[in-house]
Design a binder for this molecule. Structure first.
Ligand SMILES: Cc1ncc(COP(=O)(O)O)c(C=O)c1O
Length: 407
C-alpha cells in the first residue's frame, strides 16, 4: 500500500523554533541526530506538568495519582512506538548511556572470565564503552570490523561469535554515517550462541517504524530527545530479561521489571512531554489502535525523509570536491543522515560557515570515535554530518547546497 505523504507545511507550523532567524536568515536544523526540535504540544505538556500535576509518585492525593498515570502512559506509549508487549517492558532512564551502563554493570556480576562479548567498531561509544569496561573482569570483548565503505564486515561478525559469546551489542543505525546494520544476522548469531542480544536503536527509532518483538532483541535502547521529545532514555527488555539481572538498586525500590533498573525519582515533566510526542506521531498516521497510528506516522516520516535523502545525494554528488562517507543511496536501507568530507576544507570550518548562514549541522566524530579512527578521519576533524528530520524540506536542501557551493 502506498504510504500517504506528510503535509510538510502543517508539520513545520508545529515547531516554534523553526521560526527563528540567525543573521537574518531563517534557521535550518540539520542537527537532528544530535537532538531534534520539539513541537508546541510537547513544550506545553512539559510546562503544564509543573502547572497542574507536579508531585512525587504513589501518594493518595490527586496530583500524585495523576503523576502515576502520566508515567504509566509514557511506558505504554513507548511500547506502542517500539511494538513491545506492553508498559511492563519499558524502563525509563536519564538517557541511553546511563541505562546501558546499568545493564553492563549487572552483566559484569554474572559473566565469568573467559566469557566473550561482541561489539562493533561502528557503534557510538555509548554502546562500546560500557562493554569494554568488562575487560577488567577478565571478559574478552571482541569487535566486528568496520569496512572502508562505512558498513560492518558481516563475515568478520560471523567469525567472532563462539560458544563463549554471552552478549552481542550492536547499533541498528549509525549516527555517524547513516548505515543500517543487519540486525537479523546479529539476532541469528546471538540465538545460535545462546547469547543476549542488545540493540542501540537511538539513531534508528527516529527514522523507521520498529517492531521489537519481530526483531527479537533482549534489550533495545532509545532516547526521546532524538524523536521530537524531551531528554530521556528508554529501555525495552523482553519479558523476563530484566528479572534476573543483578542491577544496582535500593531495597526500598520495586524489585520487579520494569522498575528494578530505575533509580530514584524519574523526570516526570519530561514523561508528560513524551506522551505528547506519542500523540503528535500518532496524529500523523492512521489506523485503529494507538500502535497502528504511531506505526503509520513513522512510515510517513520515513517516506518523507527518504525522499529528501535521495535529493541530497544527487546534489552532493554534483559537488566534485565533496566525498560522501558511508553507504551510497540505494546500496542498502539507510538512515537520512549523510556525512561528507571536503578535499581540503576542515569540517569545522564548513560548519562554521553554514552556521553563519543560519544552517545548523554538526562536524566531528559524534562519539562514533572508533569508526572515525578506523576510517582515518579522526585526525582530520571527522566529517560534516547533514541529519534530516521530519521538519526538513526540499528548500532547506537547496539552501544548504547553494551555501556549500559558495564555500
Ligand atoms: C547512535 C547513538 N547511540 C547512543 C547515543 C547516546 O544517547 P544518550 O545521549 O541518550 O545517552 C547517541 C547520541 O547521540 C547516538 O546517536
Amino acid at each position: 500500500m502506498k504510504v500517504k505523504k506528510l503535509s510538510i507545511e502543517s508539520v513545520r507550523e508545529q515547531f516554534p523554533s523553526l521560526k527563528r532567524k540567525v543573521n537574518h536568515h531563517p534557521v535550518i536544523f540539520f542537527d537532528g541526530p544530535g537532538g531534534t526540535q520539539v513541537p508546541s504540544r510537547v513544550i506545553r505538556a512539559v510546562s503544564n506538568y509543573y502547572r497542574y500535576y507536579n508531585s512525587n509518585t504513589h501518594g493518595q492525593f490527586q496530583t500524585s495519582r495523576q503523576t502515576d498515570h502520566i508515567i504509566e502512559a509514557a511506558r505504554n506509549n513507548i511500547s506502542n512506538l517500539l511494538g513491545g508487549e506492553g508498559p511492563s517492558n519499558i524502563s525509563i532512564g536519564q538517557n541511553m548511556t546511563s541505562l546501558n551502563f546499568a545493564i553492563s554493570r549487572a552483566c559484569s556480576r554474572i559473566f565469568k572470565p573467559g566469557d566473550e562479548i561482541l561489539i562493533t567498531q561502528l557503534d557510538h561509544e555509548a554502546n562500546r564503552g560500557p562493554w569494554l569496561l568488562l575487560r577488567e573482569n577478565g571478559i574478552k570483548v571482541r569487535e566486528v570490523k568496520l569496512l572502508p565503505e562505512g558498513v560492518l564486515d558481516e563475515e568478520d561478525m560471523r567469525n567472532k561469535v563462539s560458544e563463549n559469546t554471552r552478549l552481542i551489542a550492536m547499533g541498528m543505525a549509525s549516527n555517524a554515517f547513516g548505515t543500517v546494520n543487519n540486525v537479523l544476522l546479529g539476532r541469528k548469531l546471538a540465538y545460535e550462541a545462546g547469547a543476549l542480544f542488545l540493540l542501540d536503536a537511538v539513531h534508528y527509532v527516529p527514522h523507521f517504524p520498529v517492531d521489537v518483538q519481530e526483531i527479537g532483541a533482549d534489550f533495545l535502547l532509545c532516547s526521546s530527545y532524538k524523536f521530537y521529545g524531551p531528554h530521556l532514555g528508554f529501555l525495552y527488555a523482553k519479558p523476563g530479561a530484566l528479572d534476573n539481572l543483578p542491577v544496582d538498586r535500593l531495597r526500598t525500590q520495586d524489585q520487579q521489571a520494569p522498575f528494578r533498573i530505575e533509580t530514584g525519582t524519574l523526570n516526570h515533566a519530561s514523561l508528560a512531554g513524551v506522551n505528547a510526542v506519542a500523540a503528535f506521531i500518532a496524529a500523523l498516521g492512521e489506523g485503529k489502535s494507538a500502535r497502528e497510528k504511531m506505526r503509520s506516522g513513522m512510515e510517513r516520516i520515513n517516506v518523507h525523509e527518504q525522499e529528501l535523502l535521495k535529493i541530497l545525494f544527487n546534489e552532493i554528488a554534483g559537488i566534485k570536491k565533496l566525498r560522501v562517507i558511508g553507504p551510497g543511496y540505494g546500496d542498502a536501507q539507510r538512515a537520512p543522515t549523510l556525512s561528507f568530507v571536503h578535499d581540503s576544507v576542515h569540517p569545522e570550518y564548513i560548519c562554521t560557515l553554514l552556521a553563519e548562514e543560519g544552517i545548523a549541522a554538526w562536524n566531528g566524530n559524534f562519539y562514533a570515535i572508533k569508526a572515525m579512527e578506523v576510517l582515518g578521519l579522526q585526525e582530520s576533524g571527522g566529517v560534516v554530518r547533514i541529519g534530516m528530520s521530519m521538519y526538513n524540506s526540499e528548500s532547506d536542501i537547496e539552501r544548504l547546497i547553494s551555501t556549500l557551493k559558495k564555500i
